[in-house]
Design a protein around this ligand. Structure first.
Ligand code: PLP
Length: 487
């Protein structure tokens, strides 16, 4: 052997010794896992007591005092860093007291699914590589299609969240309607001013910002007015424009309003317009009878977004899009690369990579499959109906506080309300009120502007939110209103 080759062997042996630190021993693994489990158990065991919001002054910047370096650290020290800098400051989305934005919680069973997914590291992007993983994801999407009433011809994708799911739906709509750049400026999208901002963002990312965007009038409950929609479509058609996409909301983020799906679907059908429904927040309410009634007609859409990390209480990182005609999804997202030829030849099933922008991706199926299989669907149905009932309960209870004004009766599980102070500016007062509740931290509520009015929101969707939480919220609101009135 020449000395060059010997040098290489020496070097390899040297490098291997160092690289082997990436493979902990059984003993080492047990010790690490023990510490991680101890810490997570401590967190969960205290979850009903610890604050929903911590307004710390340091904002977790202590993490920056320990930069990434060449040598490793002890797990105990690292857990401490996480505990003080990550798990303490800001919003605690795992808390049932999280009643702002759109909560979800993060069920424990999903963490176990993620743990396994990371250990096996199955390649869930391509059927050839991970046939079981891909079939599991298909099964979950088929289940979603079934619960919403989509046909067997539909397909879908487990995404990172609702934003990407909206993007996929809108891109599929653009291509299915055969829109080319030259058509954009005469093609029309219909939506309301209450669509989630990720929809506006998706329109822009999809290159459609030059389309004509029509804001459809809403009724007093912030639902799309189908008669105005019809009028606008007719006017646009008469003036030679190309109406191609309606975006409806199955539960707006701001006020939880559900657009009238049947009427909108009729118009979409009659006029050959793609109907995309953003149900990131609300679509999973279809699992309970009450929700199913409210969402009736959603199943007539061409594409539908639903977020398991909202409506199925999963930890963040799980959205989904369904498309009525799977082929449309394939047409938009399929791609062939030379180095993928083995995978393509072996293919007798669609792969997630064929129907989404992603190739290598997190095996998102396991974090959804494990909880559904472990406890069954029944507890999810119950929890969702419970959330609707809790919102209605709050809606009635909060009106018992003098000078509280509520918005409309909740369609799903978002209630809007504001306090009208005895003197002074109502907007200023409500801004102080939401701040006072957030500073207190036992629960977290958020606010929005409705018709120029600073308005408080209660969004009930954490699986850990129960009647006790709602009663506590009402007590805290009373307490803070009294304090602010006395200031
Ligand atoms: C949360 C939400 C989105 C965005 O979903 P992400 O999962 O946050 O990306 C879109 N639409 C609605 C109605 C939402 O509530």
């Amino acid at each position: 052997m020449n000395s060059g080759q010997e040098n290489i062997i020496d070097r390899i042996e040297y490098l291997e010794k160092i690289a082997l630190q990436l493979e902990p021993s059984a003993e080492n693994r047990a010790a690490l896992l023990n510490q991680i489990v101890k810490y997570s158990e401590d967190f969960i065991n205290r979850i009903y007591e610890i604050p929903a919001f911590v307004n710390s002054t340091d904002k977790g910047k202590g993490i920056l005092d320990y930069p990434i370096s060449e040598v490793g650290s002890d797990i105990t020290q690292l857990i401490n860093l996480i505990k003080h800098n990550i798990d303490r400051p800001g919003l605690n989305p795992a808390s049932g007291g999280h009643l702002g934005y759109i909560p979800g919680g993060g069920i424990y069973f999903s963490a176990l699914g993620d743990y396994l997914a990371a250990i096996f590291n199955r390649y869930a992007g391509i059927y050839f590589a991970g046939p079981g993983a891909v079939q599991m994801e298909h099964m979950l999407l088929d289940w979603m299609a079934e619960i919403v009433g989509y046909p067997q011809s539909s397909g879908g994708n487990l995404t990172s969240g609702g934003s990407i799911a909206n993007l996929i739906g809108i891109v599929a709509a653009r291509d299915a309607q055969n829109l080319k750049a030259a058509d954009f400026s005469r093609s029309v999208i219909y939506l309301t001013s209450q669509v989630h901002h990720s929809v506006d963002k998706a329109i822009r990312i999809a290159g459609l910002k030059e389309c004509v965007i029509r804001y459809v009038t809403m009724d007093g409950r912030f639902r799309m007015d189908p008669s105005d929609l019809e009028k606008q479509i007719t006017t646009d058609k008469n003036s030679g424009l190309n109406p191609f996409l309606i975006i409806a909301s199955a539960g707006t983020t701001d006020t939880g309003s559900v657009d009238p799906m049947q009427d909108i679907a009729d118009l979409a059908n009659q006029n050959n317009i793609w109907l995309h429904v953003d149900g990131a927040y609300g679509a999973f309410f279809v699992l309970c009878e009450e929700g199913k009634k409210i969402l009736n007609g959603m199943e007539r859409s061409d594409s539908l977004v639903m977020d398991p990390h909202k409506g199925l209480f999963l930890p963040y990182g799980s959205g989904a899009v369904l498309v009525r005609d799977k082929q449309k999804l394939f047409d938009s997202f399929w791609y062939q690369a030379n180095y993928m030829q083995d995978a393509l030849k072996a293919q007798d099933q669609l792969s997630p990579a064929d129907i989404s922008p992603e190739l290598t991706k997190h095996f998102r199926g396991l974090r959804l499959w494990l909880p559904l299989k472990l406890v069954g669907v029944a507890p999810f149905r119950a929890a969702l109906e419970e959330k609707i009932m809790l919102a209605r309960y709050f809606y009635h209870e909060i009106q018992k506080i003098e000078n509280i004004e509520t918005g409309h009766f909740p369609d799903l599980s978002v209630v809007t309300y504001r306090y009208l102070p005895k003197r002074g500016d109502a907007n200023l007062f409500n801004e102080k009120l939401v701040k006072a509740v957030q500073e207190d931290g036992r629960v977290f509520i958020s606010s929005t502007m409705i018709n120029g009015n600073f308005t408080l929101r209660l969004a009930v969707l954490s699986f850990r939110t129960h009647k006790k939480t709602i009663d506590l919220t009402i007590d805290i609101l009373k307490e803070k209103i009294d304090q602010l009135e006395r200031e």
